[in-house]
Design a protein around this ligand. Sequence first.
Ligand code: FAD
Length: 379
Amino acid sequence: MQHYHYIFTGSGLSALMTVYEMILSKNFDDKTILLIDENPKKVNDRTWCFWDEKDTFENIVSKKWDVALFADKNFKRNLEINPYQYKMIRGLDFYNLVFETISNHKNIHFINQKVIDFEELGNHCVVKTESHSYTCNKIFNSIYNPNLVKNQDKYPLLQQHFIGWFIKSKEEVFDKNKATFMDFSVEQKGNTRFMYVLPTSSTEALLEYTLFSADLLSKEEYEEEIQKYIKELGITNYEILEKEQGNIPMTCFPFWEKNSKNIIHIGSAGGWTKASTGYTFKNTIKKSKLLVAFLTQHTDFRKFHKTDKFWFYDLLFIDVLYRNNELGSKVFSSLFKKGKPALIFKFLDEETSLWEDLQVIWKCPKLPFIKVLITRIFK
Ligand SMILES: Cc1cc2nc3c(=O)[nH]c(=O)nc-3n(C[C@H](O)[C@H](O)[C@H](O)COP(=O)(O)OP(=O)(O)OC[C@H]3O[C@@H](n4cnc5c(N)ncnc54)[C@H](O)[C@@H]3O)c2cc1C
């Protein structure tokens, strides 16, 4: 059986980012690394957006916006997000960048196989795919196991689910300098529903009909809403260039408690998705850097995770939206109507002081949060 120092089960964002950080650190050149994925990662299967004040992956950023629109039924606000910019990276550009870098490192291999099992056996681990078995010292797993969250009720699960159409219209209706961050003016139907629009030119944009809720819709429902929105924008003629869909777990379930000495769960499978927003890209950059630094000094993965105040804020937020899903529009509108956009983004990046937290939190409707706080204390 072929043995490696490290095996990555699943080779999407979090695995590739971690390997990329390993390469940059130069501390792992003597380690054999195997990346396994059932998908060859050769198509653009997703688009990542994030707010950023640095030059993160600048060479593969495909579009940037300085202004983001927030709207609901009653108001519209152009958010001046300085010092941040809202940025877009195509999944395929990121995969190509990392695989090209990997190709110069003979110690790192990728295989296109489906993982069917992995486990820790004392001092080493075994990974089984449909056709082979491999042993290793440590496993980095990013294959998400939905049953972990389903089989418990302490930490509710919402999903950020959406279908997106990248369209080209005949009419020049889009402002290419402004992304629509959240447009809650769409009918809420008892949920948290909004439109997300990322224009790349005056005639081209990715439009995503998005919900933060417990249950998925039928494909037709998302697509009818996208068509309705396109019509309301005044577009009469358009073609669909690309489609994407997603279903991102929003939960405070402590995935890290499943880590063992030699197996760590990373990415969404490891709780790296920000529960209250579904954003994962930036968290993955931060966590992969921390993980790579951790590996140079520690050997026990159970010591990697640290729970902080932001986990608790997210816990309450998810409790509120799980109980009263129709409140989403009100909560986000209360934040963005008068709040400082840069401070809100800093808060969502989990980089604010307690004083700054209070400035953001204070804007939210109080009663629903107090109710869930009391329930959590006495549960
Ligand atoms: C369409 C879409 C758009 C998104 N947009 C954003 C965004 O704008 N901003 C943001 O911050 N986040 C976004 N996200 C959320 C998050 O960033 C992504 O889901 C991200 O890819 C998560 O990284 P990951 O490593 O956890 O999982 P993935 O990138 O999904 O990697 C997991 C890998 O495991 C592989 N795999 C699964 N099962 C097996 C198996 N049995 N054997 C072998 N391989 C397996 C998969 O093929 C996949 O490559 C988006 C998600 C989706 C789906």
